[in-house]
Ligand binder design. Structure first.
Ligand SMILES: Cc1cc2nc3c(=O)[nH]c(=O)nc-3n(C[C@H](O)[C@H](O)[C@H](O)COP(=O)(O)OP(=O)(O)OC[C@H]3O[C@@H](n4cnc5c(N)ncnc54)[C@H](O)[C@@H]3O)c2cc1C
Length: 380
């Protein structure tokens, strides 16, 4: 028996003993996702218990180093854990922007002190983070951002506005791009971390077509941020921002995999009789399988540091366009039953999926990046 085989046997037994039955049911709505944070209210004892036992083992972030709250697993072990969790249908114990975005950036650019301070709290789900990148005049052209941070000796003084800040009204802290110099567009940006309770920070939810308000306008009015809460060097925040975006795009691309592999997942509906729709679903399934294979290959290359820096853009484009197609097909197949509007309905999920090809950078921008940096097309 290889070491990996025994790791699988032990992991399987541990999951059997520790994953509550309730946490093995599919996620049906946003409310089933555990985001953690200072104000988090657990849905159930099972949700609390699942987070606790997984965090104790470092398995909310299995491949982070142990000294920062991770599981210290090798890439192969982390994959086995993922497979064993999928085998029993275990839900992720914790979902957070700290895990998928800020953590990897801190591991690469943070000081030792920052890593020891922020990462274990992210791993335990104690602090919920939001992302302050976009502004009313800076979305696709992110480096055009104008939120200003002035050096006041012992602190930064932040003034400006962000927009589309997902869960800003629920987050405890923000990772925020600010302008610290007007001399260079990309070379005048810094990356700050601060508490959303700091005086001068306010949020205003934005209502969406789906009827929910997952994001906000975020305002900064003379917000004092301690000097040491900068990640990376002053005016070098663009490097941190881009690295984080790669991880964000990788995470969003994962939506292309759906929650259950390749199938369109029509739920309780009987197979559609329309032959054209059946053909479209079959074609979708083939593309989804191809995407799943490509994702696996990409994830291995990305973790090994061998992927092209622009390849998250390729994955993000393919994954999000696929997820939109899946939702269109589910709507078509379910007919009038799909129009139900209460709770987390099919129609709301369909409408939400439209944002996938905008958030984290639009499909057009991803295609521009692929054309320029991977395909090296003339004029791109
Ligand atoms: C669900 C959701 C969640 C989000 N969460 C966050 C968050 O938490 N934090 C955050 O900071 N931001 C967040 N955003 C914002 C998101 O990053 C921006 O919406 C996105 O980058 C596009 O910027 P914009 O909305 O300003 O559109 P614009 O940049 O104004 O683009 C408008 C249109 O023009 C096209 N376009 C622009 N430039 C080009 C070009 N050079 N070539 C070709 N086409 C172009 C775009 O593709 C788009 O179709 C979120 C967005 C969504 C939808």
């Amino acid at each position: 028996m290889t070491d990996l085989d025994s790791f699988r046997t032990e992991t399987r037994a541990w999951l059997e003993a520790n994953c509550p039955a309730e946490m093995r049911k599919p996620i049906r709505s946003e409310a089933d996702i555990c985001w953690g944070g200072r104000n988090w209210t657990f849905q159930s004892d099972a949700q609390r218990q699942w987070l606790q036992v997984m965090a104790e083992r470092g398995w909310t972030v299995p491949d982070w180093p142990k000294e920062y709250g991770g599981g210290g697993l090798t890439a192969a072990e982390a994959r086995v854990l993922k497979e064993e969790m999928q085998r029993i249908g275990a839900r992720p114990p914790l979902t957070s922007f700290g895990i998928s975005m800020l953590g990897p950036a801190l591991l690469k650019f943070g000081t030792e002190e920052q890593k020891r301070h922020y990462l274990p709290a992210i791993a335990r789900g104690e602090i919920r983070w939001c992302q302050g990148y976009s502004e009313p005049g800076a979305g696709s052209d992110l480096a055009g951002l104008q939120t200003k941070a002035e050096d006041k000796g012992d602190h930064w003084l932040v003034n400006g506005q962000k927009v589309w800040t997902s869960y800003a009204d629920k987050a405890d802290w923000i990772f925020c791009l600010v302008r610290t110099s007007a001399e260079s567009k990309q070379g005048g940006i810094s990356f700050l971390l601060f508490d959303m309770q700091t005086p001068g920070v306010s949020t205003k939810p934005i209502l969406l077509i789906s009827g929910s308000s997952p994001f906000c306008e975020t305002f900064f009015d003379d917000v004092k941020v301690p000097k040491e809460q900068i990640v990376g060097e002053v005016n070098k925040g663009w490097d941190v921002a881009k690295y984080l975006l790669g991880h964000e795009r990788e995470m969003i691309a994962g939506m292309g995999l759906g929650t259950g592999g390749s199938s369109v997942m029509l739920g309780p509906v009987v197979k559609p009789v329309d032959p054209f729709l059946r053909a479209e679903i079959a074609a979708f399934d083939v593309d989804a399988l191809a995407f799943a294979a490509m994702s696996e290959r990409f994830a291995a290359m990305w973790k090994a540091g061998e992927a092209h820096p622009a390849s998250p853009s390729m994955m993000k484009y393919a994954g999000t366009e696929l997820n939109k197609r899946r939702n269109e097909l589910v709507m078509a197949a379910r007919g009038s039953a799909a129009l139900e509007w209460e709770n987390e309905s099919t129609a709301r999920t369909w409408l939400r999926s439209k944002g996938n090809s905008i958030e984290g950078g639009t499909s057009e921008i991803q295609l521009n990046i692929v054309a320029k940096h991977i395909l090296r097309l003339p004029g791109a």
